[in-house]
Design a protein around this ligand. Structure first.
Ligand code: ADP
Length: 397
């Protein structure tokens, strides 16, 4: 039994899960928010252990402070007696560029590359690197592994990852589609293959990661073949506050009309668009579903969200020349019975049939189509932390 810690260091937050491997059981998990910022009235530290939630409120100058507190709480609650019990640490890293097509053991060269890739993910990679440096200092003996959000998508063929812009932008500046949510798409495809009872290498799937951020991936023989996110996570589907695909000519036009800067324009597309922008009332799918029948804007936002998902399913179904399974995951994909129904009902003309009772189940891996459906659909709760811990364990061998 080995204790492995999965770490997701965001720009101002630290999410973590301590697992026993290879049992894959969770020992403790938690979230620290408002790192480097000011506190409000709410608790910003949560640790779950032994079925109890411990909450507190505390200011942190930086990630190292937050990690020190997390570890001191591990001792206080008896989660570990000695930090050296934590044998492996897996760090989620957002951008891996073309340098990383799989998870790797961290050394100085890897850390240096993660920092250089900050140009691709300015908010995330510096925070990820900070987290890595802090842990190396505090638990120097643990094996540290970097798990990249983009790595899974490195198998895409060139015709799917290039943009039709001058080729030299790719060779000179790395302009291309990198994708995101790779750890989640990989995890749910592996779990779906187990449910289907066939090797992943023999399967074609379309995986739908529908959360606040959302992306679709076409998986061919177990590998990413195409994905909806692009150079950055702004592309593709309609998301909670992100626009997804837009005609880029709009950018200059809106900037001029609204008299806003490049940065403000990016902020509009990232923070004020998507479900929030269209509905004008909320970025949360639950709020919109509550008023679907009474609020025209909410209905429009949901119809656009569902429509864009169906567009991508159609595109990938053709690209893959058919698929064995459709997989739903993340906040909306795992929890929203009506959204799954709207999506699958739009595929009825392909002979895909929803099993309404199965679609009503919650929190479990389930097939939600009938046995005579032309293509199966599954709900698979994602578990990026477990996928990270699996990679750490494999690299420790
Ligand atoms: P992320 O990790 O991208 O922040 P999550 O995967 O946690 O997001 O998904 C969060 C989103 O899931 C919320 O914004 C909310 O819209 C949606 N969500 C959660 N539960 C439900 C539900 N029961 N019905 C509809 N949407 C839900």
């Amino acid at each position: 039994m080995t204790k492995i810690l999965s770490v997701n260091a965001g720009s101002s937050s630290l999410k973590f899960k301590l697992l026993n491997m290879p049992e894959e059981s969770v020992i403790a998990e938690g979230l620290i928010e408002r790192i480097g910022g000011s506190l409000d009235q709410d608790d910003n530290v949560t640790i779950k252990f032994n079925g109890e939630k411990h909450k507190s409120r505390q200011a942190f100058k930086n990630h190292e402070d937050a990690i020190n507190l997390m570890l001191s709480q591990f001792k206080k609650f008896g989660i570990v007696d000695n930090f050296n019990e934590i044998k492996g640490i897996g760090h989620r890293v957002v951008a891996g560029g073309e340098w990383f097509n799989k998870s790797v053991l961290i050394n100085d060269e890897v850390l240096n590359k993660i920092e250089r890739l900050a140009a691709y993910a300015p908010l995330h990679n510096p925070a990820n690197a900070m987290g890595i440096r802090a842990f190396s200092k505090i638990i120097p003996d643990a094996t540290e592994v970097a798990v990249f959000d983009t790595a899974f998508h490195q198998t895409m063929p060139k015709e799917n990852y290039l943009y039709a812009v001058p080729y030299e932008y790719y060779t000179k500046y790395g302009v291309r589609r990198y994708g995101a949510h790779g750890t989640s798409h990989k995890y749910v495809s592996e779990q779906a293959a187990k449910l289907i009872g066939k090797p992943l290498e023999e399967l074609k799937m379309i995986t739908l990661h529908l959360g606040a951020g959302a992306s679709v991936t076409a998986i061919k023989n177990g590998r990413s073949f195409d994905t909806s996110m692009g150079f950055s996570p702004l592309a593709g589907l309609v998301m909670a506050t992100r626009s997804g695909d837009v005609d880029v000519s709009l950018i200059d036009y809106i900037k001029a009309k609204e008299d806003i800067s490049d940065q403000e324009m990016l902020n509009v597309l990232n923070q004020k668009s998507g479900l929030l922008g269209v509905s004008t009332i909320s970025s949360d799918m639950r709020d919109l579903l509550d008023v679907y029948d009474t609020n025209d804007h909410a209905k429009l936002a949901i119809d656009m969200f569902v429509g864009r998902v169906v567009d991508y399913i159609g595109q990938y179904y053709f690209e893959l020349k058919g698929a064995d399974a459709l997989v739903f995951t993340a906040g909306i994909g795992e929890n929203s019975v009506p959204i799954r129904k709207m999506i699958i009902d739009r595929l009825a003309f392909l002979g895909i049939k929803l099993d309404e009772d199965a679609n009503d189940k919650h929190g479990v891996e389930t097939k939600i189509t009938t046995d005579d459906s032309k293509m199966a659909a599954y709900v698979i709760p994602t578990n990026e932390e477990l996928e990270i811990a699996r990679d750490v364990q494999n690299l420790m061998k």
